[in-house]
Design a protein around this ligand. Structure first.
Ligand code: GAP
Length: 524
């Protein structure tokens, strides 16, 4: 019986998540036996399954459910002029600042964002305190509008936010440093304000293609998958006879030489993106932008982690290619952070490629009887960041009581069943009397539909705990009665309830929960 979920400091929770991911074969630090490589991670035996399931959820929700969306898989290496045309060579920069005492490097914008989050935190604390004090009669709106301490913090937040947004929009590096100084922002390591000036730093990795004797070509590892879609726009439109509006989806690796690479797989130097470029008639892009916002938040919320844990964040500074941009943020253990970006990218990219390649990249619209460069609405989400979001939301520690009233802590990953790496574990109660053979027989039957695991080691209680920690939604136990009546016990991960069912019923019971249809039905 689950008594209650334990509450812990969010920082402790995050540390536990990282340790859990390593202990249970989800995520390992890259090159670990050589002491690791900064912000690069490997996925283990369960991690890769979860990752594949996330990708399937995204891919099918795009390509299967929309008849006007198709997928591609473009190469990571691309002609270097693409990055000149896209603006990445000149403008894909982050403002960096060093602390002279700790020798640590930071993103100036992130330091200021963290300061803003601190003020937000103060306001939330006041609101929580008041909610506890007033109970049922608490009017949050009125409290926020009248409480002196809240108003003071809110004014401070507004002033800082406006100044920050203006500095970003003007790419004013001197002003960014001034904001850091004026707000007394200190280095979290040294605690001092001994900052260098703010400088721009290009995030693209480069390498050489061909031998130097031939005159090697400097090429870049793509920092986004989107450009592979833009440069294939004509190929797909023509070969697929696509009519606007239509979309091209792609999943693939991207690389960024991130200055600040902390927070586990939140910000990596090698990561994977799932991107959609949706091509529309000029002038309709903002309507499509709104439609995609709705579709994408539904996709997140269908996973059932609580709608209140998601929010939209409108960008302070628009990227060089966008006329509208919003992030979908999730409440991670370290605060609300971006999981996905939705951008109205105008006709910027296609026009630039038209200019730099000298090839006409246009669409003849039979309804308007005219040609134009299509406008683009993009949705872009990191697979790894989505993975972290799901693990953060799924990890629970619960105090449970066994049949003898003994209390224990169970760690359970309440993964949405369609995404769980292992769908069911089949366990013989004991390792004899033909029970292992019967358990194997069940697996032989179900392995074509589900990822199954055979588990006979340790007591049944320990086996259940192991599967809970992996996030397996179903455990099936074969016992001496099974041989007689062909029934087994099925145990449900979240409720820990058990019931006796016919072996023949298993497939349907499991399929009902693990099929993607359950999620897709919520996306209409
Ligand atoms: N094509 C648009 C684009 O790349 P972005 O906001 O820079 O936009 C989109 O990235 C998404 O990619 C982010 O919302 C995030 O989920 C993921 N992402 C970006 N940088 C990342 C990094 N260094 N590590 C992990 N995920 C990252």
């Amino acid at each position: 019986m689950a008594l209650k979920t334990t509450h812990m400091a969010q920082e402790d929770l995050f540390k536990k998540l990282i340790a859990h991911c390593k202990e249970y074969g989800y995520v390992f630090p890259s090159s670990e036996i050589y002491d690791g490589l900064g912000a690069v991670y490997d996925y283990g035996q369960y991690g890769v399954e979860l990752k594949n399931n996330i990708k399937k959820y995204w891919w099918d929700s795009m390509v299967l459910l929309h008849e006007n969306i198709v997928g591609i898989d473009s190469a990571i290496f691309m002609h270097p002029t693409i990055w000149k045309a896209s603006g990445h060579v000149d403008a894909f920069n982050d403002p960096l600042i060093d602390n002279r005492d700790s020798k640590k490097r930071y993103r100036a914008d992130v330091l200021i964002e963290e300061e803003l989050a601190k003020i937000e935190g103060k306001i939330e604390k006041e609101v929580d305190k008041a909610r506890n004090r007033f109970g049922e009669s608490f009017d949050e709106g009125q409290f926020r509008a009248t409480n002196a301490r809240v108003l003071e913090s809110q004014t401070k937040w507004d002033e800082l936010h406006n100044r920050f947004a203006e500095a970003l929009n003007n790419s004013d590096l001197v002003e960014l440093k001034q904001i850091i100084e004026d707000n007394g922002i200190v280095c979290p390591i040294s605690g001092t304000r001994n900052w260098t000036d703010v400088r721009q730093f290009n995030l693209m990795f480069s390498t050489d293609m061909g031998s130097t004797a031939d005159g090697a070509l400097k090429i870049y590892l793509r920092p986004e998958t989107a450009q592979g879609i833009f440069v294939n726009y004509l190929n797909v439109q023509k070969s697929g006879r696509m009519k606007i509006p239509f979309g091209i989806a792609q999943i693939g690796k991207a690389f960024r030489n991130e200055i600040v690479a902390r927070q586990f797989i939140f910000r990596m130097r090698e990561f994977e993106q799932m991107e959609l470029q949706f091509f529309v008639r000029p002038g309709t892009e903002l309507d499509w932008f709104e439609k995609w916002k709705v579709l994408r938040i539904k996709w997140h919320q269908a996973l059932g982690f609580g709608n209140e844990n998601y929010r939209f964040h409108v960008h302070e500074k628009l990227a060089h290619y966008a006329n509208a941009a919003v992030d979908i943020e999730y409440k991670f253990p370290f605060g609300f952070k971006e999981v996905e970006g939705i951008h109205s990218r105008t006709d910027y990219d296609l026009s630039q490629h038209q200019k730099f390649s000298g090839k006409k990249i246009q669409y003849f619209d039979p309804e308007l009887n005219e040609s134009y460069v299509p406008f683009v609405v993009e949705t872009s989400i990191g697979v790894d960041r989505m993975f972290l979001q799901i693990i953060s939301a799924s990890y629970h520690e619960e105090i449970v009581e066994d049949a003898n009233g003994q209390k224990d802590t169970r760690v359970v990953l309440r993964l949405p069943a369609p995404l769980a790496p292992v769908k069911l574990a089949v366990m013989p109660l004991i390792k004899k009397d033909g029970l292992p053979e019967k358990a194997r027989e069940i697996i032989e039957e179900l392995k074509f539909d589900f990822n199954c695991q055979y588990d006979e080691k340790d007591s049944i209680g320990k086996r259940y705990r192991r599967q809970d920690a992996i996030g397996t939604p179903f455990c099936v136990t074969v016992d001496p009665e099974t041989a007689g009546d062909n029934t087994v016990t099925i145990r449900y991960r979240d409720t820990m309830l058990q019931e006796r069912v016919q072996i023949g019923q298993l497939r349907e019971i499991i399929l009902n929960q693990v099929g993607f249809r359950k999620l897709f039905n919520q996306l209409n």
